[in-house]
Design a protein around this ligand. Structure first.
Ligand code: SF4
Length: 322
Protein backbone atom coordinates (compact mmCIF):
# COMPACT_ATOMS: atom_id res chain seq x y z
CA UNK A 1 0.00 0.00 0.00
CA UNK A 2 1.26 3.45 -0.89
CA UNK A 3 2.42 5.50 2.07
CA UNK A 4 1.28 9.08 1.89
CA UNK A 5 1.48 10.56 5.39
CA UNK A 6 4.57 12.71 5.71
CA UNK A 7 6.93 12.07 8.62
CA UNK A 8 9.72 14.35 7.43
CA UNK A 9 9.70 17.30 5.07
CA UNK A 10 13.11 18.49 3.94
CA UNK A 11 12.90 21.92 2.32
CA UNK A 12 15.76 23.62 0.45
CA UNK A 13 18.28 22.05 2.80
CA UNK A 14 21.89 23.21 2.44
CA UNK A 15 24.97 22.15 4.31
CA UNK A 16 28.19 23.98 3.50
CA UNK A 17 31.54 23.47 5.21
CA UNK A 18 34.17 26.20 5.47
CA UNK A 19 37.48 24.90 4.19
CA UNK A 20 40.85 26.55 3.59
CA UNK A 21 41.25 30.10 2.23
CA UNK A 22 37.63 31.05 2.76
CA UNK A 23 36.38 28.44 0.29
CA UNK A 24 33.06 26.69 0.80
CA UNK A 25 32.48 22.99 0.29
CA UNK A 26 28.84 22.73 -0.74
CA UNK A 27 28.20 19.14 0.36
CA UNK A 28 24.40 19.48 0.23
CA UNK A 29 23.26 22.25 -2.04
CA UNK A 30 19.51 22.70 -1.86
CA UNK A 31 17.58 19.47 -1.52
CA UNK A 32 13.82 19.22 -1.06
CA UNK A 33 12.23 15.86 -0.33
CA UNK A 34 9.44 14.30 1.75
CA UNK A 35 9.80 11.03 3.64
CA UNK A 36 6.54 9.20 4.32
CA UNK A 37 5.63 7.33 7.50
CA UNK A 38 6.49 3.63 7.27
CA UNK A 39 8.39 3.86 3.99
CA UNK A 40 11.99 3.19 3.09
CA UNK A 41 13.45 5.92 0.96
CA UNK A 42 16.69 4.90 -0.74
CA UNK A 43 19.26 7.67 -1.21
CA UNK A 44 21.85 6.64 -3.77
CA UNK A 45 24.97 8.16 -5.32
CA UNK A 46 28.73 7.70 -5.59
CA UNK A 47 31.08 8.51 -2.71
CA UNK A 48 31.41 12.24 -2.20
CA UNK A 49 27.99 13.16 -3.63
CA UNK A 50 26.71 14.42 -0.25
CA UNK A 51 24.27 11.67 0.71
CA UNK A 52 25.78 10.96 4.15
CA UNK A 53 26.00 14.67 4.91
CA UNK A 54 22.36 15.04 3.86
CA UNK A 55 21.38 12.21 6.25
CA UNK A 56 23.37 13.66 9.13
CA UNK A 57 21.92 17.12 8.57
CA UNK A 58 18.37 15.77 8.47
CA UNK A 59 18.92 13.93 11.75
CA UNK A 60 20.55 17.05 13.31
CA UNK A 61 24.03 15.61 13.75
CA UNK A 62 25.10 18.58 11.60
CA UNK A 63 23.59 22.03 11.85
CA UNK A 64 22.05 23.01 8.51
CA UNK A 65 23.51 26.03 6.72
CA UNK A 66 19.97 26.90 5.62
CA UNK A 67 16.64 25.29 4.83
CA UNK A 68 14.12 23.43 6.96
CA UNK A 69 13.62 19.96 8.37
CA UNK A 70 10.02 19.49 9.49
CA UNK A 71 9.44 16.41 11.66
CA UNK A 72 5.85 15.30 12.07
CA UNK A 73 4.66 18.83 11.32
CA UNK A 74 7.18 20.57 13.60
CA UNK A 75 10.06 22.69 12.33
CA UNK A 76 13.14 21.34 14.12
CA UNK A 77 15.14 24.55 13.60
CA UNK A 78 12.60 26.49 15.63
CA UNK A 79 12.91 24.20 18.65
CA UNK A 80 14.91 24.81 21.84
CA UNK A 81 17.95 22.60 22.48
CA UNK A 82 15.96 20.53 25.05
CA UNK A 83 13.15 20.00 22.54
CA UNK A 84 15.69 19.02 19.86
CA UNK A 85 17.23 16.51 22.28
CA UNK A 86 13.80 14.94 22.79
CA UNK A 87 13.13 14.85 19.05
CA UNK A 88 16.53 13.25 18.44
CA UNK A 89 15.33 10.26 20.44
CA UNK A 90 12.91 9.56 17.62
CA UNK A 91 15.68 9.65 15.00
CA UNK A 92 18.55 7.22 15.11
CA UNK A 93 21.40 6.23 12.85
CA UNK A 94 22.96 2.92 11.87
CA UNK A 95 26.51 3.40 10.64
CA UNK A 96 28.41 1.84 7.76
CA UNK A 97 31.28 0.35 9.65
CA UNK A 98 30.24 -2.06 12.38
CA UNK A 99 33.94 -2.35 13.34
CA UNK A 100 34.64 1.26 14.21
CA UNK A 101 31.18 2.35 15.36
CA UNK A 102 31.19 0.10 18.46
CA UNK A 103 33.45 0.97 21.40
CA UNK A 104 35.86 -2.00 21.71
CA UNK A 105 36.22 -1.52 25.48
CA UNK A 106 32.51 -1.80 26.21
CA UNK A 107 30.43 -4.96 26.50
CA UNK A 108 27.36 -5.36 24.30
CA UNK A 109 25.21 -4.67 27.37
CA UNK A 110 27.02 -1.38 27.99
CA UNK A 111 26.91 -0.37 24.31
CA UNK A 112 23.16 -0.89 24.00
CA UNK A 113 22.46 0.58 27.46
CA UNK A 114 24.35 3.76 26.59
CA UNK A 115 21.59 5.10 24.36
CA UNK A 116 19.00 4.30 27.02
CA UNK A 117 21.05 6.23 29.61
CA UNK A 118 21.71 9.20 27.29
CA UNK A 119 18.02 9.66 26.71
CA UNK A 120 17.00 9.38 30.36
CA UNK A 121 14.52 6.53 30.18
CA UNK A 122 14.71 6.07 33.98
CA UNK A 123 14.85 2.26 33.90
CA UNK A 124 16.27 0.50 36.96
CA UNK A 125 19.19 -1.91 36.43
CA UNK A 126 17.00 -4.98 35.98
CA UNK A 127 14.61 -3.22 33.59
CA UNK A 128 17.55 -1.98 31.54
CA UNK A 129 19.07 -5.45 31.30
CA UNK A 130 15.74 -6.95 30.31
CA UNK A 131 15.37 -4.29 27.64
CA UNK A 132 18.82 -5.11 26.25
CA UNK A 133 18.03 -8.85 26.21
CA UNK A 134 14.76 -8.16 24.40
CA UNK A 135 16.60 -6.04 21.81
CA UNK A 136 19.24 -8.73 21.28
CA UNK A 137 16.50 -11.30 20.58
CA UNK A 138 14.83 -8.86 18.22
CA UNK A 139 17.97 -8.56 16.08
CA UNK A 140 18.69 -12.29 16.03
CA UNK A 141 21.24 -12.44 18.89
CA UNK A 142 20.63 -13.59 22.46
CA UNK A 143 21.15 -12.92 26.15
CA UNK A 144 24.49 -14.73 26.28
CA UNK A 145 25.95 -12.17 23.87
CA UNK A 146 25.37 -9.30 26.31
CA UNK A 147 28.58 -9.78 28.32
CA UNK A 148 30.86 -10.10 25.29
CA UNK A 149 32.97 -7.46 23.54
CA UNK A 150 32.68 -6.32 19.90
CA UNK A 151 35.85 -8.14 18.75
CA UNK A 152 34.20 -11.46 19.63
CA UNK A 153 31.60 -11.01 16.86
CA UNK A 154 31.54 -11.30 13.07
CA UNK A 155 30.83 -8.24 10.89
CA UNK A 156 27.18 -9.20 10.43
CA UNK A 157 26.70 -9.72 14.17
CA UNK A 158 28.32 -6.37 14.93
CA UNK A 159 25.91 -4.70 12.57
CA UNK A 160 23.07 -6.42 14.45
CA UNK A 161 24.46 -4.92 17.68
CA UNK A 162 24.52 -1.50 15.99
CA UNK A 163 20.88 -1.98 14.99
CA UNK A 164 19.93 -3.03 18.56
CA UNK A 165 21.68 0.09 19.87
CA UNK A 166 19.69 2.28 17.47
CA UNK A 167 16.43 0.60 18.52
CA UNK A 168 17.14 1.00 22.25
CA UNK A 169 15.54 4.44 22.40
CA UNK A 170 12.44 3.33 20.47
CA UNK A 171 12.92 5.57 17.45
CA UNK A 172 10.41 6.20 14.67
CA UNK A 173 12.92 7.13 11.99
CA UNK A 174 16.25 5.46 11.23
CA UNK A 175 18.96 6.55 8.85
CA UNK A 176 20.90 3.52 7.72
CA UNK A 177 24.13 4.94 6.27
CA UNK A 178 25.52 2.24 3.97
CA UNK A 179 24.76 -0.40 6.62
CA UNK A 180 25.78 -3.32 4.42
CA UNK A 181 28.68 -1.84 2.43
CA UNK A 182 31.35 -3.27 4.76
CA UNK A 183 29.80 -6.75 4.91
CA UNK A 184 30.29 -9.89 2.82
CA UNK A 185 27.73 -10.28 0.05
CA UNK A 186 26.34 -13.41 1.74
CA UNK A 187 25.61 -11.39 4.91
CA UNK A 188 24.20 -8.30 3.16
CA UNK A 189 20.86 -9.95 2.35
CA UNK A 190 20.47 -11.09 5.98
CA UNK A 191 20.85 -7.54 7.27
CA UNK A 192 18.47 -6.17 4.63
CA UNK A 193 15.91 -8.83 5.61
CA UNK A 194 16.34 -7.97 9.29
CA UNK A 195 15.74 -4.28 8.61
CA UNK A 196 12.59 -5.14 6.66
CA UNK A 197 11.29 -7.36 9.48
CA UNK A 198 11.97 -4.64 12.04
CA UNK A 199 10.21 -2.10 9.89
CA UNK A 200 7.10 -4.27 9.80
CA UNK A 201 7.17 -5.09 13.50
CA UNK A 202 7.83 -1.56 14.71
CA UNK A 203 6.36 0.59 11.94
CA UNK A 204 9.73 2.25 11.34
CA UNK A 205 10.55 4.76 8.62
CA UNK A 206 13.96 4.39 6.97
CA UNK A 207 16.32 6.51 4.94
CA UNK A 208 18.60 3.89 3.41
CA UNK A 209 21.82 5.37 2.04
CA UNK A 210 23.83 3.39 -0.53
CA UNK A 211 26.55 4.06 -3.09
CA UNK A 212 25.04 1.81 -5.76
CA UNK A 213 21.65 0.62 -6.86
CA UNK A 214 22.08 -3.12 -6.37
CA UNK A 215 20.65 -3.84 -2.89
CA UNK A 216 18.47 -0.73 -2.48
CA UNK A 217 15.98 -2.19 -4.92
CA UNK A 218 14.96 -4.87 -2.43
CA UNK A 219 14.36 -2.57 0.47
CA UNK A 220 13.21 0.80 -0.91
CA UNK A 221 9.69 1.98 -1.68
CA UNK A 222 11.11 5.03 -3.43
CA UNK A 223 14.60 5.99 -4.50
CA UNK A 224 16.28 9.39 -4.77
CA UNK A 225 19.47 9.64 -6.80
CA UNK A 226 21.95 12.25 -5.65
CA UNK A 227 24.82 13.80 -7.57
CA UNK A 228 27.21 16.50 -6.35
CA UNK A 229 25.00 17.85 -3.59
CA UNK A 230 21.64 17.76 -5.37
CA UNK A 231 18.90 15.22 -6.12
CA UNK A 232 18.70 14.49 -9.85
CA UNK A 233 15.95 11.85 -9.96
CA UNK A 234 13.23 10.54 -7.64
CA UNK A 235 10.61 7.87 -8.21
CA UNK A 236 8.97 4.71 -6.96
CA UNK A 237 11.58 2.00 -6.77
CA UNK A 238 10.12 -0.20 -9.52
CA UNK A 239 9.71 2.71 -11.93
CA UNK A 240 13.29 3.75 -11.44
CA UNK A 241 14.56 0.30 -12.36
CA UNK A 242 12.08 -0.19 -15.21
CA UNK A 243 12.46 3.21 -16.81
CA UNK A 244 15.27 5.40 -15.48
CA UNK A 245 15.38 8.89 -16.99
CA UNK A 246 18.52 10.65 -15.81
CA UNK A 247 21.75 9.64 -17.61
CA UNK A 248 23.46 9.33 -14.19
CA UNK A 249 20.80 6.88 -12.94
CA UNK A 250 21.15 4.90 -16.17
CA UNK A 251 24.91 4.67 -15.61
CA UNK A 252 24.47 3.54 -12.00
CA UNK A 253 21.97 0.89 -13.09
CA UNK A 254 24.20 -0.36 -15.86
CA UNK A 255 26.96 -0.96 -13.28
CA UNK A 256 24.88 -3.68 -11.56
CA UNK A 257 26.09 -7.08 -12.75
CA UNK A 258 23.44 -9.40 -14.24
CA UNK A 259 23.48 -12.92 -12.67
CA UNK A 260 22.99 -14.66 -16.05
CA UNK A 261 26.52 -14.88 -17.57
CA UNK A 262 25.14 -14.95 -21.17
CA UNK A 263 23.29 -11.65 -20.69
CA UNK A 264 26.15 -10.20 -18.66
CA UNK A 265 28.56 -10.86 -21.56
CA UNK A 266 26.53 -9.11 -24.23
CA UNK A 267 24.78 -6.30 -22.39
CA UNK A 268 25.88 -2.72 -23.02
CA UNK A 269 27.39 -0.90 -20.09
CA UNK A 270 27.60 2.84 -19.62
CA UNK A 271 31.03 3.60 -18.24
CA UNK A 272 31.20 6.89 -16.38
CA UNK A 273 34.42 8.75 -17.16
CA UNK A 274 36.28 10.50 -14.37
CA UNK A 275 35.36 11.21 -10.77
CA UNK A 276 32.67 13.34 -9.18
CA UNK A 277 33.89 16.97 -9.68
CA UNK A 278 35.07 19.07 -6.75
CA UNK A 279 32.00 20.28 -4.81
CA UNK A 280 33.88 23.54 -4.08
CA UNK A 281 33.73 24.33 -7.76
CA UNK A 282 30.80 22.47 -9.39
CA UNK A 283 30.30 22.70 -13.18
CA UNK A 284 27.98 25.43 -14.49
CA UNK A 285 24.49 24.46 -15.71
CA UNK A 286 23.92 20.76 -15.14
CA UNK A 287 26.38 19.45 -12.58
CA UNK A 288 26.59 16.10 -14.36
CA UNK A 289 27.50 17.59 -17.75
CA UNK A 290 31.26 16.90 -17.47
CA UNK A 291 30.56 13.15 -17.36
CA UNK A 292 27.27 12.90 -19.23
CA UNK A 293 27.27 10.95 -22.52
CA UNK A 294 24.20 12.94 -23.68
CA UNK A 295 25.41 16.47 -22.80
CA UNK A 296 24.23 19.31 -25.08
CA UNK A 297 25.14 23.03 -25.30
CA UNK A 298 22.21 24.01 -23.10
CA UNK A 299 23.57 21.77 -20.32
CA UNK A 300 26.53 24.17 -19.83
CA UNK A 301 24.35 27.25 -19.88
CA UNK A 302 21.38 26.50 -17.72
CA UNK A 303 20.47 24.48 -14.66
CA UNK A 304 17.87 21.83 -15.57
CA UNK A 305 14.45 22.23 -13.94
CA UNK A 306 13.09 19.65 -11.50
CA UNK A 307 10.01 18.28 -13.20
CA UNK A 308 7.53 15.41 -12.98
CA UNK A 309 8.03 13.49 -16.20
CA UNK A 310 5.62 10.67 -15.38
CA UNK A 311 3.41 9.98 -12.37
CA UNK A 312 5.50 10.50 -9.19
CA UNK A 313 8.67 10.25 -11.25
CA UNK A 314 10.77 13.42 -11.09
CA UNK A 315 13.98 14.29 -12.89
CA UNK A 316 16.27 17.26 -13.47
CA UNK A 317 17.62 16.92 -17.01
CA UNK A 318 17.30 19.00 -20.21
CA UNK A 319 16.53 15.86 -22.22
CA UNK A 320 13.05 15.93 -20.69
CA UNK A 321 12.13 19.58 -21.03
CA UNK A 322 8.35 19.71 -21.24
FE1 SF4 B 1 23.20 15.16 -19.32
FE2 SF4 B 1 22.36 17.57 -20.02
FE3 SF4 B 1 20.70 15.90 -18.80
FE4 SF4 B 1 22.71 17.02 -17.50
S1 SF4 B 1 20.95 18.07 -18.38
S2 SF4 B 1 22.11 14.92 -17.41
S3 SF4 B 1 24.29 17.06 -19.05
S4 SF4 B 1 21.62 15.65 -20.82
Amino acid sequence: MKKTEKLIEVKNLKKYFHVSKGKLLKAVDDITIDIYKGETLGLVGESGCGKSTAGRTIIQLYKATSGQVIYDGEDIQKKSSTEIKNMKKKMQMIFQDPYSSLNPRMTVLEIISEGIDNHEFHYNKKEKEDKVYELLELVGLNKRHATRYPHEFSGGQRQRIGIARALAVEPEFIIADEPIAALDVSIQAQIVNLLQELQEKKGLTFLFIAHDLSMVKYISDRIAVMYLGIIVELSDSEDLYDEPFHPYTKALLSAIPVPDPKIERIRERIILEGDVPNPMDPPSGCRFRTRCPSAMDICTESVPKWQEVSSNHFVACHLYNV
